[in-house]
Ligand binder design. Sequence first.
Ligand SMILES: Cc1cc2nc3c(=O)[nH]c(=O)nc-3n(C[C@H](O)[C@H](O)[C@H](O)COP(=O)(O)OP(=O)(O)OC[C@H]3O[C@@H](n4cnc5c(N)ncnc54)[C@H](O)[C@@H]3O)c2cc1C
Length: 372
Amino acid sequence: MYGTDRLYSANSLQQVRDYVKRESNLKVLGTRHCFNNIADSTHNLLSLKAMDEVVDLDTRAATVTVSAGITYGQLSPYLHSKGFALHNLASLPHISVAGACSTATHGSGEKNGNLATAVSALEFVTAVGDFVKLSRQQDGDTFQGAVIGLGAIGVITKLALDIQPTFMMRQYVYENLPLNEVKEHFDAIASSAYSVSLFTDWQKQRMNEVWIKSRVEGGHSFDAGPAFFGAKLATRNLHPIAELSAENCTEQMGVPGPWFERLPHFRMGFTPSAGKDAADNLWLSPCYKQPCVTIHFTWKPDWPAVSKLLPVIEKELAPFNARPHWGKLFNTSPAALRSIYEKLPDFIQLSTKYDTHGKFRNEFLNKNIFGS
Ligand SMILES: Cc1cc2nc3c(=O)[nH]c(=O)nc-3n(C[C@H](O)[C@H](O)[C@H](O)COP(=O)(O)OP(=O)(O)OC[C@H]3O[C@@H](n4cnc5c(N)ncnc54)[C@H](O)[C@@H]3O)c2cc1C
């Protein structure tokens, strides 16, 4: 449910500029996959869904430039057909590139940064309708601050992403990893393959499943034995919640397939998992200058119960300076956010430069970022 049905769909840069100049408050929508109200507005919503084309594939620079509305599900098969790949994907392919990068959406993999770390340039329209282009190469800190922009910097119309030669992967699942093995050998487990995720229902002293995604050629390859730190190799495809059908999950059992059909867990859907991500320099990234373990939870749609449990979990994680995901549910106070996201004051300054009067702000941003 969004706060307004005043939705405008833009088809071109000019339409975006005209609309932004005309309206005094608006929020850009991606594919609406955030769990909180970061993308909501009570005034106006702008969709760039129709602007979903691949603009340029620069094989020499190893970048692809796309319009902001494109989803990873649209982009990935195209890249593979041209012999290229992205370094990582989230658990599902349906999300827009601009929306995902704006909230630091991540996949897994000890050496893999979140999806925003692939952005090498971005183009956006500021609150007064000006057109700005920033690149990693030329704009240093300003660029690092703008990439994870929470929709507060401007309306992103294009992004350039780093690409690499396409690759094949195999996925293996192990069941019942004892918790004490996780405690003793977490680094070895998390670094055992290109991408590793652990799933638990928190009911017993074990991880129900370990999903291991390994590149077939080159790099770190995984030797799938019958046991893995006490867990047993699964003999059929599994859903992360074992009692659910694996029909919507990506292929397992070591069957080789292209990167975009193995890196996401799901063809469709969502699930709790934990993984590891590499450090980066993006100001509002949870992995800013430090590698992170990412832990997420699947909630039943019962907000009164969830809202009681969130502070309990956050209290347990506080000693680790846990940083909430910008697109998910959290209870962290604005003051605590400022202390754990050390570049927040710089981000406020940067976004105010492009949006002096708060045209792109909404309830979420006013509460959590701008303190009003
Ligand atoms: C089933 C499911 C699975 C998920 N799996 C993962 C996962 O594996 N890893 C993970 O990290 N997260 C995951 N998420 C969270 C989610 O993918 C991200 O938070 C992501 O931001 C959603 O992208 P979106 O395109 O739907 O953006 P939206 O929710 O539509 O918007 C997100 C933000 O981006 C801004 N924005 C969008 N487009 C633009 C633009 N063109 N210019 C400027 N700002 C823009 C919006 O204003 C808003 O602030 C999952 C969510 C769901 C529902």
